[in-house]
Design a binder for this molecule. Structure first.
Ligand SMILES: Cc1cc2nc3c(=O)[nH]c(=O)nc-3n(C[C@H](O)[C@H](O)[C@H](O)COP(=O)(O)O)c2cc1C
Length: 183
């Protein structure tokens, strides 16, 4: 059985999730191609299972990943398709329930021909050290606002901006990939 794990990632957290999914599928006996669709041209055909994922930016999947899904939809749909999104909203899924659902639902709504067997939204990483000046400013203000909304305000001047916030739940990622093997 052949599987494709295709992803888009700017800062590496989705890449590492894709690598983990690929490893789990290999351990389950599949032959896996792991591809970054933002860096190389990826062929959609010939897979029994295609797992496609993207980091979320301003509420959206990365454009090259969407294009890959759109163009590849007829070929991908010959096998099973599974989608995953990686974002910070999923770190607090209760507070961000609608957004977390939308990150998958919007993609499916835009591609009615794509038959999706399984989907998941995973919490990612927020690392202010990696962002440029403008992105850092935006992300800091979003972070402060969310802290306030969550009812546990860290004062902006007390927040340790050098700390990497890695919200990834590897057990959930492992469980989902093992579930894909069973489908
Ligand atoms: C400029 C920017 C915009 C983002 N927008 C969102 C967003 O709209 N919703 C969300 O849940 N996470 C958002 N995030 C968080 C990312 O989805 C998260 O950091 C993810 O782990 C990034 O994946 P990557 O490391 O593979 O690029 C944003 C991050 C950045 C830097």
């Amino acid at each position: 059985m052949r599987a494709l794990v295709a992803y888009g990632s700017k800062y590496g957290s989705t890449k590492e999730i894709a690598e983990r999914i690929a490893k789990n599928l290999r351990e389950g006996g599949m032959t896996v191609d792991l591809k970054n669709v933002t860096e190389e041209k990826v062929t959609a055909g010939g897979y029994d299972l295609a797992v496609v994922g993207s980091g979320i930016y301003a509420g959206k999947w990365m454009k090259p990943v969407l294009k890959f899904l759109q163009d590849g939809s007829p070929e991908l749909s010959k096998g099973k398709v599974a989608l995953f999104a990686c974002c910070m909203d999923a770190a607090d899924p209760k507070a961000n329930k609608d957004a977390v659902k939308r990150y998958i639902a919007d993609v499916q709504a835009g591609m009615p021909g794509l038959k999706v067997a399984s989907s998941a939204t995973f919490a990612g990483v927020v690392d202010f050290n990696k962002y440029g000046f403008v992105v850092k400013k935006i992300m800091k203000s979003i972070y402060v606002k969310r802290n306030e909304e969550a009812g546990s305000p860290e004062k902006a001047d007390e927040i340790d901006w050098t700390k990497t916030r890695d919200y990834r739940d590897w057990n959930a990622i492992d469980a989902w990939s093992k579930d894909l093997l069973a489908k």
